[in-house]
Design a protein around this ligand. Structure first.
Ligand code: A3D
Length: 320
């Protein structure tokens, strides 16, 4: 059987890391696409030259034309601009909306059967616009944010408790922005929920609140340190986990920005929720019960995403 084809639209910091991880994990052949001439070709050749050392079998190529993504099974989209210090994710909206239009049209023409994972910010609005521009089925287009936000939460919790990250599960819902909703009640160490760990004296409520806030600010913390761009190792690893779940029909339960038309009482919006990812794409949206405080936070996050989607409609009349 031929190897799956993975198209990476955008060959910047995340795109290059995605290519490297996909190759190391032998998920399939990789095509890096970018408008910058030489960048995708250079990164592809560099990674291909690491194959004899790391011993993976995968064809890695770079291109500046959409024909190269023809027939891709998975497209991961990072095309656009990233944040610099002082910028919010929302500041990127106008520029990246135009990029989503060309990417959506390129995917529709050359890889209409692909499972599409968007990473470009502001994430929830961009994945919504990308779905509109591409016209692909909603279950085949999703956004990566929840896996990353949850991974950041898990890392901070593992450090606080002095336990392996492997035994820490965590849940972050809502939009990928300052209003994201880390759910302590559904986050555990080996099945023990965080509120119980507070009662058991493993940490204090103040420390837990600080970790929740650090998770919300996780992207900005890295932007502040790097100064020239935003996080790319953990975002790439997170999207690869989602791509692998699709390619191997793993039925993983992963939080991601999924199209909602009914669940959580929402209509035609993308926002972070637990999903099941398998060969059908987003095979299921998991509707969990939220208490009053959690619901209030989730509603606030949804309102922020709605505002960004309305802003997209204001900029591009074809979306209205
Ligand atoms: P960067 O290294 O700048 O790469 C972006 C690439 O996109 C560059 O190589 C550009 O040449 C290319 N590009 C620009 N316009 C186009 C176009 N029209 N067609 C094809 N390629 C184009 O950025 P990055 O890789 O660090 O980040 C990419 C995106 O991911 C940004 O929007 C970030 O804000 C976003 N991001 C999201 C998360 C989430 O958790 C959702 C995390 C980190 C970064």
């Amino acid at each position: 059987m031929a190897r799956p084809k993975i198209a990476l639209i955008g060959a910047g910091q995340i795109g290059g890391t995605l290519a490297h991880l996909a190759a190391l994990k032998e998920l399939g052949d990789v095509v890096l696409f970018d408008i910058a001439e030489g960048t995708p070709q250079g990164k592809a050749l560099d990674i291909a030259e690491s194959a004899p050392v790391d011993k993976f079998d995968a064809e890695i190529t770079g291109a500046n034309s959409y024909e190269a993504i023809a027939g891709a099974d998975v497209c991961i989209v990072t095309a656009g601009v990233a944040r610099k210090p002082g910028m919010s994710r929302d500041d990127l909206l106008g520029i990246n909306l135009k990029v989503m239009k060309s990417v959506g049209e390129g995917i529709a023409q050359h890889a209409p059967n692909a499972f599409v994972i968007c990473i470009t910010n502001p994430l929830d609005a961009m994945v919504w616009a990308l779905r509109e521009f591409s016209g692909l089925p909603t279950e085949k287009v999703c956004g990566m944010a929840g896996v990353l936000d949850s991974a950041r939460f898990r890392h901070f919790l593992a450090v606080e408790f002095g336990v392996s990250v492997k035994d820490v599960t965590a849940f972050v819902l809502g939009g990928h922005g300052d209003t994201m909703v880390p759910l302590t009640r559904y986050s555990t160490v080996a099945g023990i929920p965080l509120p119980d760990l507070v009662k058991m004296g493993w940490t204090t409520q103040e420390k837990l609140d600080a970790i929740v806030q650090r998770t919300r600010d996780g992207g900005a913390e890295i932007v502040g340190l790097l100064k020239t761009g935003s996080a790319f190792y953990a975002p790439a690893a997170s999207a690869i986990e989602m791509a692998e779940a699709y390619l191997k029909d793993q039925k993983r339960v992963l939080p991601c920005a999924a199209h909602l038309d009914g669940p959580y009482g929402l209509k035609d919006i993308y926002v972070g929720v637990p999903t099941v990812i398998g060969a059908g794409g987003i095979e299921k949206v998991v509707e969990i019960s939220l208490d009053k405080a959690e619901k209030a936070m989730f509603d606030k996050s949804v309102e922020a995403v709605k505002g960004l989607i309305e802003a997209c409609k204001g900029i591009d009349s074809t979306l209205a």
